[in-house]
Write a protein that binds this ligand. Structure first.
Ligand SMILES: Cc1cc2nc3c(=O)[nH]c(=O)nc-3n(C[C@H](O)[C@H](O)[C@H](O)COP(=O)(O)OP(=O)(O)OC[C@H]3O[C@@H](n4cnc5c(N)ncnc54)[C@H](O)[C@@H]3O)c2cc1C
Length: 354
């Protein structure tokens, strides 16, 4: 009998796999690959909300846990996937500069917001009012890391690339069985795919569609992330950048749209003045929740069934910490923080369950 079956292998499923691997638990991953927010993600980790210069929920402790977590995987696979990069925030007004300076004095933001502005010396970027610099930020090459992890799992027959069929799952008090796989526990981490999960689709996962462009230009020569109306993030291919992202709440399709392309192009054209070629466009659905907190915990009825979802717009920073919290909850009886525990939506389950 296996210890775990994990359904869905994005940032959430991979982070939980890593908890299990480190602690010597046996597991098999069952995942489809075509609807993954993680593969589309810009992969940025940035401990500051750059609209209002505030700190995202629990950012400092998430980052402190996440960086060694990814660095360790990077070393184990002998690949480069963690790219520390400063974020240069373009100021549009002097008032913004003042707000930045006030924020940079706050203890939770001081390690990240530099009080020293830098002049723009890149002729391809339109920024007359200097840049504010965010330190301790960067990019995780999520797709590359998932690929490396998948190869490791394939080598031990622990990765099944298929759509999980919920009606094939047999649940008993002591174990679950799925197509011949018997396990003590099952973890559902299907991202927005959770909408099809009859055990957990009572949870308020809204989903926010996002799209990005991949552009190529020899003129930009950036070795930092630049943020104005959009982010421009240098990626591994030479002279290529990821530009994004859009936020759309009504459209739940996984296809790239002409509207998003125009929106991103218009915003990019305000930020750079050099020629570029669009070489790709990607779309995904972020697993966002109405109260902007992850969905973690045990199923109200089935004690060996769990959910790890709701990574929202910041999966790179959030997934390692919450996977660790779920692991400690199951294996060590630790309490789950009420902020992430799905018990906060128990009234919604009762409604569904009658
Ligand atoms: C355009 C865009 C840009 C983003 N940029 C960033 C960023 O810069 N930084 C950041 O931190 N976050 C970013 N995000 C958010 C980030 O992508 C998510 O927070 C995170 O990837 C969610 O991970 P997940 O594992 O929960 O879900 P997913 O990555 O969606 O993984 C779920 C997996 O489960 C599989 N699955 C679903 N249903 C089933 C089923 N029935 N059977 C088997 N498998 C199934 C899916 O195919 C998928 O592989 C971005 C998202 C988008 C869309």
């Amino acid at each position: 009998m296996l210890d775990y079956i994990i359904v869905g292998f994005g940032l959430a499923g991979m982070s939980f796999s890593e908890q299990l691997r480190k602690s010597g638990n046996s597991f098999v991953v069952v995942t489809q690959e075509d609807k993954s927010s993680s593969v589309v993600a810009g992969g940025m980790y940035n401990p500051v909300i750059l609209k209002r210069f505030t700190s995202p929920w629990d950012a400092i402790s998430q980052l402190e846990y996440a960086m060694p977590f990814y660095n360790e995987m990077q070393s184990r696979f002998n690949i480069q996937v963690v790219n520390p990069l400063p974020v240069l925030r373009v100021f549009t007004t002097i008032e913004e500069q003042n707000n930045w300076l006030i924020a940079s004095d706050k203890p939770n933001l001081a390690p990240f917001l530099s009080p020293n502005f830098i002049k723009n010396d890149n002729a391809a970027i339109c920024a007359d009012n200097d840049f504010g610099v965010v330190n301790n930020a960067g990019r995780l090459q999520v797709a590359k890391l998932l690929q490396a992890y998948k190869q490791e799992l394939l080598a031990t027959d622990s990765y099944l690339q298929e759509t999980f069929t919920y009606s094939d799952l047999e649940v008993t008090d002591d174990y679950v069985v799925y197509n011949g796989l018997k396990a003590k526990h099952i973890i559902f981490s299907e991202g927005y795919g959770m909408k099809e999960n009859p055990y957990f689709n009572y949870l308020p996962l809204n989903g926010t569609k996002g799209e990005v462009l991949i552009i190529k230009t020899e003129k930009l020569k950036l070795n930092a992330i630049v943020k104005a109306g959009v982010f421009i993030i240098p990626i591994e291919e030479e002279d290529c950048y990821l530009v994004g992202a859009t936020y759309h709440w009504a459209d739940k399709s996984w296809e790239a749209t002409q509207e998003a392309k125009i929106e991103l192009r218009d915003k990019l054209d305000l930020l750079i003045n050099c020629e570029y070629t669009i070489i790709d466009q990607l779309a995904g659905i972020r697993p966002t929740v109405k109260d902007r907190r992850p969905l973690v915990g045990r199923h109200p009825k089935h004690k060996n069934m769990y959910v790890l979802n709701g990574m929202g717009t910041r999966g790179v920073m959030v997934a390692p910490t919450v996977s660790n919290q779920l692991y400690n909850y199951i294996q060590n009886g630790a309490e789950l923080s009420s902020e992430i525990d799905i018990q906060r939506f128990s009234s919604e389950y009762k409604t569904v369950d009658g």
